[in-house]
Design a protein around this ligand. Structure first.
Ligand SMILES: *Cc1c(COP(=O)(O)O)cnc(C)c1O
Ligand SMILES: [Zn+2]
Length: 428
């Protein structure tokens, strides 16, 4: 049984599980599955359309629950082959959903506050999810080199996944990233290229490289494989709902770089409703940006539909995309669901990293600080309802952005190895 019509299925040369075709977000034109990302009619972004299973939600739930403890438990809902779990892959996902009662008390949330902690992925950020799906598409399309334009975490995720899956990799980053990100991107042994410019320059460079013989046979996970890559973020929606006992949360706070993650989490939630895996009820999606790179929150607050590009200047480098590809869709989703997009400054980011660490024992990277900081701000200005359930995403590990907190964090005291010295420090 199929929910969607599948005119294009028979014309697709490759088979990626339930994926039926690529379809244009703007005009709906369908294309066979392939390494393309823009509509040939209107240049709109393409996304994966499915023949999803339907009619037996309880059976599907049981099948998922019996699956592996990683994103492949959702293979029936993803553009991947049915035997994906048997292939060499980093197998990310099924990270912890932490009931954050101490943070809730601090923020005055009474409706249930949860932190979805994606620092627990193989390369310590949510990017392992999107890369895992892109790797399967790259295999299907016969690419031998994996590449990407990255704000840091993606480069490491691609480097590691390429090694595991047996691809060559060559990834591109802005030259001035945090040491933790650079080391993570380089240690797996693929090629790492720093580009003198910001992420938007790196991304433009990669678009040129795709059209050049130099980049032939390369799968750029977030450019020519972007429609598949994006689908990886749906697994966050699936996991959150499954971990809540197959229920939708009332409110979610999600960080925004390009906006892909936020839009695909919304897509995942809508699929769960359509498939009958969760009961339909309204949910609100809130987006989080850093003040120093806030093109989407600026547009949201001004009531604009278009996103004016900015030149990023923030410690939240993983979110520093000044010209976010999915910005307008983020605005649509925030407005349609009754959510909002907000930003916090660098000092508030650092405070929020420490708040999460001291209340819940979770050390987030700067992107997590942005999300927790924005959550606090949205509660204070009344846009988040503290009496309703709330899920906040931590998308990366604080060990990769130590410099953000190092200047204001350190030993309580340094003493001689004697009891007298410890007594003098007054800590007994
Ligand atoms: C890439 C990234 C995001 C969000 O990216 P989108 O481009 O909006 O999908 C969020 N947090 C971290 C830590 C990231 O690396
Ligand atoms: Zn189109």
């Amino acid at each position: 049984m199929a929910v969607q019509a599948s005119e294009s299925t028979s014309t697709s040369a490759v088979s990626l599980g339930p994926a039926a075709a690529l379809s244009c977000r703007e005009c709906g034109t369908r294309f066979p599955l392939g390494p393309i990302f823009a509509c040939q009619e209107c240049f709109g972004p393409l996304e994966v359309a499915y023949d999803l299973p339907s009619g037996d939600p309880e059976g599907l739930k049981k099948q998922i629950e019996a699956g592996p403890d990683n994103i492949w438990r959702y293979a029936p809902l993803l553009p991947v082959p049915a035997d994906v779990a048997d292939k060499p892959n980093l197998n990310p996902g099924f990270t912890k959903l932490v009931k954050a009662d101490r943070l809730a008390a601090e923020l005055g949330v009474t409706g249930g506050l949860y932190v979805k902690d994606d620092s627990g992925n193989p390369t310590h950020s949510f990017k392992d999810r999107v890369v895992a799906i892109a790797v399967e598409a790259a295999r299907a399309f016969g690419f031998t080199t994996l590449s990407c334009s990255s704000t840091g975490n993606l480069a490491g995720a691609v480097g590691a996944a390429a090694r595991r899956a047996g691809f060559r990799s060559c990834v591109f980053i802005p030259h001035d990233l945090e040491a933790g990100k650079v080391v993570m991107a380089a240690v797996y042994g693929g090629d790492l290229v720093g580009i003198e410019g910001n992420y938007d320059d790196v991304n433009r460079f990669c678009s040129e490289l795709i059209g050049d013989p130099l980049g032939e046979g390369w799968g750029f996970v977030n450019v020519n494989l972007r429609p598949y890559y994006g689908e990886g973020s749906k697994t966050l929606a699936y996991e959150i709902c499954e971990q809540l006992g197959w229920e939708l949360p009332d409110q979610l706070v999600i960080p925004i770089a390009s906006g892909s993650q936020l839009t695909k989490i919304d897509k995942g939630l809508k699929e769960l409703i359509r498939l009958g895996l969760v009961e339909d009820k309204p949910y609100k999606i809130f987006g989080a940006q850093a003040e120093g790179c806030s093109p989407v929150s600026t547009a949201f607050k001004a009531g604009h539909d278009v996103v004016r590009p900015q030149k990023p200047n923030t410690i939240a480098k993983s979110l520093a995309i000044g010209n976010p590809a999915d910005g307008p869709y983020v605005l649509d989703i925030a407005r349609r669901t009754g959510g909002a997009v907000e930003d916090v400054n660098d000092e508030q980011v650092v405070d929020a990293i420490k708040l999460l660490a001291r209340t819940e024992g979770i050390f987030a990277e700067t992107a997590g600080g942005v999300t927790v900081g924005v959550t606090k701000k949205l509660i204070e200005n009344g846009l988040i309802d503290p009496a309703k359930s709330l899920v906040v995403l931590n998308t990366g590990d604080g060990l990769k952005t130590l410099d953000a907190v190092a200047p204001t964090t350190g030993p309580t005291a340094t003493i001689r190895p004697s009891l007298d010295s410890f007594r003098e420090a007054g800590l007994g």
